[in-house]
Design a protein around this ligand. Structure first.
Ligand SMILES: [Ca+2]
Ligand SMILES: [Ca+2]
Length: 515
């Protein structure tokens, strides 16, 4: 991805959309999302205003679901398509100015990966030392309530942070690191714009006490970041739950998900004063390269925002204020697919599955996720595979009739149109895209902050309260004028107290007198 103006990095200005490929768009009617389906939806994403997409794993996997149990680091999951489909997706995304990053899982492979299969079957296999073995198993280990050592049928015990089906690599073995470096280069050479690096604080363990976020894991993360960025305009973002701000540092990953902030933003949108203060304070210290979000594909990061707002007064207004908060603050915002239409989770499913329903595109029987059943008898002689016209692989979102992309697009007051307005605002104003963070203040349930870039200075004021609020602007230089950016249409104001309606947002460009 070329930088649009030849300066800086595209990702520093990016708004990134997280796609779970299995649930985004099924192009061939087998009930499973695929790469061609995603390519068909790029116009929607471009119209939304995003500038990057993060694809959860697209490589072949043993889990046939989330994709993090990798069986081949240089291939495409057959259910999603083939390498030509991926290359076409990349071309079409780049044509629209959209960068593409994909998940890369370094810490572990699938137990079904041929390397682990060889290592498990034969103590003398060259791949034995690619994984972590002990015999007998050591004692005293406890990772999230589980013993991470698993007995191997052919002898020995192997180490698996995330459970028996996903054995950890031995990342102290240089051959393993070289293998991952070569695999990353394989994708970068295709023109991929970067990686989301999975679970990096878990790469290297020292002992039963020191197994999380060890200095060696940070060092190795830096080496992978350097490899990725050895090509221009590439981006690396890390999943590092242990210490996100440390991993966002340029000397570790360069960017990391701001886990924890999402809970404060959502509580702020519910009007909790302590959370409003926490949101105001966050970017006083956090790097501007934090990857911000409201939720993602993992339940540990929270339910879908729609579900978190149920039971609140004015849930849609609060939903919009949560979105405005992270879309107008610093950071690199990541929008989880379906968030922009208010998609609900699917009740009654296990674990993370409620978060990962097929995207709600229309009010049709298959939600527009899979093509509609073809009832035409003339097609019976076609060569289409027997798998066509299968139902979507997972139940659709319960609120799809009202909250789907098509219906939302037609309602000027919808969540979707609010997201588009916020993205347009961010994209049009360098201060909001990449500006510094200044003057954060909390007055009652009102958050106010400024963003600055070059000569541009933008003021954001959000009233999370149910009462009208007045925001004093006494600290602005006399004569400062406020040009409204959102909502549009109001006349220019001089610097005087602002009146904020309940649960509302105002954004202004500040124009300071020259003299
Ligand atoms: Ca499909
Ligand atoms: Ca590990």
């Amino acid at each position: 991805m070329a930088s649009s103006d030849g300066t800086g990095h595209w990702w520093q200005r990016a708004i990134i959309y997280q796609v779970y490929p299995r649930s985004f768009q099924d192009s061939d009617g087998d009930g499973i999302g695929d790469l061609r389906g995603l390519t068909q939806r790029l116009d929607y994403l471009q119209d939304l205003g995003i500038s990057g997409i993060w694809l959860m794993p697209i490589t072949p996997s043993a889990d046939r679901d989330h994709g993090y149990a990798t069986t081949d680091y240089r291939g495409i999951e057959a259910q999603y398509g083939n390498m030509a489909d991926f290359e076409e997706l990349l071309r079409q995304a780049h044509r629209r100015g959209i960068g593409v990053i994909v998940d890369y899982v370094i810490n572990h492979s699938a137990a079904e990966h041929p390397f682990f299969q060889e290592a498990a079957a034969d103590r003398n296999s060259p791949y034995r030392d690619w994984f972590v073995w002990q015999d007998p198993a050591p004692t005293g280990w406890d990772i999230w309530g589980k013993n991470p050592w698993y007995s191997n049928a052919a002898g020995g015990h192997y180490f698996a942070t995330f459970g028996a089906p996903m054995p950890d690599f031995n990342l102290r073995n240089p051959a393993v690191v070289d293998y991952h470096r070569a695999s990353m280069r394989f994708w970068l050479d295709k023109g991929l714009d970067g990686f989301r690096l999975d679970a990096v604080p878990h790469m290297i363990e020292t002992d039963a006490v020191r197994w999380n976020d060890q200095p060696e894991s940070r060092q190795l993360t830096l080496e992978f970041q350097q490899l990725i960025k050895s090509a221009p305009q590439r981006y690396s973002v890390c999943e590092a739950t242990a210490n996100p701000q440390a991993y966002a540092d340029a000397k570790v990953c360069g960017s990391a998900f701001a886990f924890g902030l999402q809970y404060e933003v959502i509580k702020a949108a519910k009007g909790e004063p302590k959370a409003i203060q926490a949101v105001a304070d966050y970017f006083k210290t956090a790097p501007l390269s934090m990857a911000t979000m409201l939720s993602n594909h993992d339940i540990f990061a929270g339910q879908r925002l729609w579900d978190q707002m149920q039971g609140q007064t004015q849930p849609v207004k609060r939903y919009k204020l949560a979105a405005a908060t992270y879309l107008l603050q610093p950071g690199i915002p990541f929008i989880y697919y379906g968030e922009e239409i208010g998609m609900a989770g699917v009740p009654g499913l296990e674990g993370d599955e409620p978060l990962r329903a097929p995207m709600s595109w229309t009010a049709d029987a298959k939600g527009g996720f899979s093509p509609p059943d073809s009832s035409s008898s003339s097609s019976s002689s076609s060569s289409s595979s027997s798998s066509s016209n299968s139902p979507p692989f997972r139940p659709l979102a319960p609120n799809r009739l009202s909250h789907n992309a098509q219906t939302q697009a037609q309602d000027p007051d919808s969540i979707l149109n609010f997201y588009k307005a916020m993205l347009q605002l961010r994209n049009q104003h360098p201060a909001l895209t990449q500006g510094s963070y200044a003057q954060p203040q909390v007055q009652g349930q009102v958050l106010r902050f400024e963003r600055k870039h070059g000569a541009e200075r933008v003021l954001v004021a959000i009233n999370y309260g149910e009462q009208e609020a007045t925001l004093s602007l006494r600290d602005l230089k006399p004569g400062t004028r406020l040009a409204p950016l959102y909502p549009a249409g109001a006349a220019r104001l001089s610097a005087k107290p602002l009146t904020l309606a309940p649960l509302s947002l105002q954004v202004y460009r500040l124009q300071t007198p020259k003299h």
